[in-house]
Ligand binder design. Structure first.
Ligand code: PMP
Length: 407
């Protein structure tokens, strides 16, 4: 008997855990799509439940996690530095690879300096909070990624700073909100470059113009834009030609850069300030030697082979067009993310199961990750998908979509 059952005289903090049954019900119906182990992953075709599956839901956008040079670099770093840095950058956790990667990233995105964090999620927490104080205001797009929302929340909780969320991509709403404060008040506009669920692109040119007009600083999270948009995959600021006007660019390594970690890039003095004031940096162990080595090798490949970016974008476009022509409700875009609106949870799970049985893995997003009754399939593509993989995705979607009455 669990301790929960023996203590049952009073209501308990954990009652909700014992009462939560939704995931069990979906599992019992055989259509639970989450936490599925991937047994081997050597390319766009992975192995799950012992069979080959076309991966159409990964963030491994340029397919570099399986690249021989990336793998070799991780092994070499492991041999030289061991498995962990066992400390934060501030104290005993800095190795030359951290500094090499920071210099290369800063150069790649067109900024003076960069600073690494141990995950992308942690990066927004490590950047936002140290830069704001009680009298400042953060302006955050309503659809920003959960890591930014968490970063805002930590800033608000620790400094009392004001957080104002503006309507998704509404420049009118953002301007109205910026204009409501005195010009000299501290303002920080924070936005995803590419929004992670629907793959749409922030209006960064307009945002940087508003920032200038209303005396605000800007931070863009380029998790889904790095390696996808801009010159050679340099991201959203490069796409709009506003790199100099975008104060800070942050990003994760877990997508294009084939690793685990994150970074922020900006003016050297701002990066130097963060190095000495960011709790998420100072009180957390630095990225492992192998993670950093993988990101360096991946970045070198992105820099030397920009054609991979073009291949990624055209692969996604092939499926976007194919699904639209078949009659699916596809959200338009030009990134690696191809969202298909389904609506009903059960139909979405049914489509997921049909695709999985046919040898294709995609992601299913249901409320609260989406608005109510707006379940969707979040497909994402890789530069390394071959035409036959993409054709099979469109063909299976069409067949199963017709069977389930979705199209
Ligand atoms: N920002 C965005 C926009 C993301 O989509 C993600 C991950 N999905 C993160 C940050 C977090 O990155 P990581 O997985 O490296 O923690």
């Amino acid at each position: 008997m669990s301790s929960h059952e023996t203590d049952k005289k009073l209501p308990s903090l954990f009652d909700k855990c014992y009462e939560y049954k939704y995931a069990d019900d979906v599992k019992a119906a055989g259509i639970y799509p989450y936490f599925r182990p991937i047994e081997e992953s050597e390319g766009p075709v992975v192995r799950m439940e012992g069979k080959p599956i076309i991966m159409a839901g990964s963030n491994n956008y340029l397919g570099l996690t399986a690249h021989p040079k990336v793998k070799e670099a991780t092994v070499n770093a492991l041999k030289t530095y061991g498995t962990s840095c066992s400390g934060s950058r501030y104290l005993t956790g800095t190795i030359p690879l951290h500094e090499e990667l920071e210099a290369k990233l800063a150069k790649f995105v067109g900024k003076e300096a960069a600073l690494l964090f141990s995950t992308g999620y942690q990066t927004s927490q490590g950047v936002i909070q140290p830069l704001v104080k009680r009298s400042d205001t953060i302006f955050s797009d309503k659809d920003n990624h959960a890591s930014i929302q968490a970063g805002n929340f930590i800033a608000k909780g620790s400094t009392g700073t004001n957080v104002i969320r503006y309507k998704h991509c509404s420049m009118e709403d953002l301007e109205r909100k910026l204009a409501s404060l005195p010009l000299e008040a501290g303002k920080f506009i924070v936005t995803d470059g590419v929004f992670s669920t629907f793959g749409n692109i922030a209006e960064l040119e307009a945002i940087t113009k508003l920032a200038k007009k209303y005396n605000a600083k800007t931070l863009v999270d380029d998790a889904h834009a790095f390696g996808v948009l801009g010159e050679g995959g340099r991201g959203t600021a490069s796409e709009f030609g506003v790199t100099d006007n975008t104060d800070l660019i942050m990003c994760t390594f877990s997508k294009t850069l084939a690793s685990l970690g994150g970074f922020v890039a900006g003016d050297e003095r701002v990066i130097n300030y963060l190095k000495h004031h960011s709790p998420a940096l100072i009180f957390s162990a630095s990225p492992t030697p192998s993670s950093v080595a993988a990101a360096i090798a991946a970045l070198d490949i992105v820099t030397q082979e920009p054609e991979r970016v073009q291949r990624l974008v055209s692969n996604a476009e092939f499926v976007r067009k194919g699904l639209k022509d078949a009659g699916f409700n596809v959200i338009d875009g030009r990134t690696a993310i191809v969202p298909v609106l389904i609506g009903d949870n059960k139909k979405a799970f049914g489509l997921w199961k049909g695709l999985f049985d046919a040898g294709i893995f995609v992601n299913v997003f249901i409320p609260p990750a989406t608005p109510p009754n707006k379940s969707m399939m979040r497909n994402s593509f890789m530069a390394t998908h071959e035409p036959e993989h993409l054709e099979k995705v469109v063909e299976c979607y069409t067949k199963i979509g017709k069977k389930l009455g979705i199209i």
